[in-house]
Design a protein around this ligand. Structure first.
Ligand code: PLP
Length: 386
């Protein structure tokens, strides 16, 4: 028996929702897409939602619709999944990173401010910034906005971890401090569609461009065409888009899952609370919880005090693995990936993210984690660390 670090939670009503679509007229490009988009937008308190085949595609189109291209720069955190940075490269832009705050593990507004000042002097300001809400806890978005505003940097929140999270009284996804917010519905995330992603925005122009680019840049809206439609069959390609669509099968699953998002997050909060309390005496740091936010608790990341514990992270990880507990590590800093090292990034470039990586361990955290399984994890950690 193994305990994974994350897994989906699929119930009878989710299965029914999918089966209903399989029996219907539309497997893709049907009404279930619209329903999921509206439900997401309403849940986050924002006018527009667009769903995609995955969050990586969503990040790509978020960057494209903001006009990111060759000669431009995108900045993000090194403490993220590679997709948060790759989206800049897809557009032909240069990618750079801003180190994390050692307290929150999220992109540091102070480091950002310094880097922006320097970039401004050198004429190398970024066009787009992608802050990532690591583990499900919002970045200090007010701080980030305060330091980016005067430079006109556009902000895309990568909230792949943070569906159901709150920040300063609003849902993450409400785009109070950003142009767009991206969610992922991969099975390890808060709610799932198998594969899937979304962008939420307040901006109608961005919304319309996102929908256009999601489907090849093709329109059936005669107002956008260069000449009168030849007939009812007629469409025009007016831009170079992609097929980044989600299926109706996935959207129906998403709508069904989204109804349980709050319940999922509440349960994750309870699991986190139990870990916080049970691990307090061990040589490790439990995750920081900012008083002005509610984390979606996608991940529960401890930082090991390896000297005090006289154990390496590697040893703790391996010991958990051999006990059937599949802990994980989030993340190997993106700038140290071989593909990024080829661009000149190296060890020491972002010391806080590198230190975090050397100590971090993601413990099992998911809606269906039983009390007994959580006690097994806690017991094993005590055994290894004392
Ligand atoms: C999962 C994840 C993504 C990519 O999501 P997909 O839906 O798998 O493409 C991007 N950014 C972060 C921070 C993620 O955790």
């Amino acid at each position: 028996m193994t305990i994974p670090y994350a897994r989906q939670s699929i119930a009878g009503e989710d299965i029914d929702a999918v089966v209903e679509i399989l029996k219907s007229d539309w497997l893709t490009q049907g009404p279930a897409i619209d329903r999921f988009e509206k439900a997401l937008a309403e849940y986050c308190g924002v006018p527009y939602g667009v769903v995609f085949c995955n969050a990586t595609a969503a990040l790509h189109l978020a960057c494209l619709t903001l006009g990111l291209g060759p000669g431009d720069r995108l900045w993000t955190t090194p403490n993220t999944f590679v997709a948060s940075a790759n989206c800049g490269l897809y557009c032909g832009a240069e990618v750079d990173f801003v180190d994390i705050d050692p307290g929150t593990y999220n992109l540091s507004p102070a480091a950002l401010e310094q880097k922006l000042e320097k970039a401004s002097r050198e004429g190398k300001l970024p066009k787009v910034l992608v802050p990532v809400h690591h583990s499900g806890q919002s970045c200090d978005m007010a701080g980030i906005r305060a330091v980016t505003e005067k430079y006109g940097v556009r902000i895309v929140e990568d909230a792949s971890h943070a569906l159901g999270a709150r920040y300063q009284g609003a849902m993450v996804g409400s785009c109070r401090n950003s142009e767009m917010t991206v969610f992922s519905f991969h099975p390890v995330k808060i709610v799932t569609t198998g594969e899937g992603g979304a962008i939420l925005t307040k901006n109608q122009d961005l919304y319309e461009r996102l929908k256009l680019l999601r489907t090849h840049g093709i329109t059936r809206n005669s107002a956008l065409m260069s000449h009168e439609p030849d007939g009812g069959w007629y469409y025009e390609q007016i831009d170079l888009g992609f097929n980044y669509r989600m299926t109706d099968i996935q959207a129906a699953l998403g709508t069904s899952q989204l109804k349980k998002a709050n319940e999922f997050v509440i349960r994750r909060q309870q699991i986190a609370g139990r870990y916080d309390q049970a691990l307090a005496q061990l040589p490790l740091s439990v995750p920081f919880q900012s008083p002005d936010s509610l984390s979606a608790r996608h991940l529960y990341v401890i930082r090991l005090h390896q000297e005090k514990a006289r154990q390496t992270r590697r040893h703790v990880f391996d010991s958990l693995r051999s006990a059937g507990i599949h802990a994980n590590v989030h993340y190997y800093p993106v700038h140290l990936q071989p593909y990024y090292r080829k661009m000149g990034f190296k060890e020491g470039d972002f010391p806080q993210a590198e230190k975090f990586y050397s100590e971090a361990l993601s413990l099992p955290m998911y809606y269906g984690l039983s009390e007994a399984d959580q006690e097994t994890v806690i017991g094993k950690l005590h055994e290894i660390l004392t």
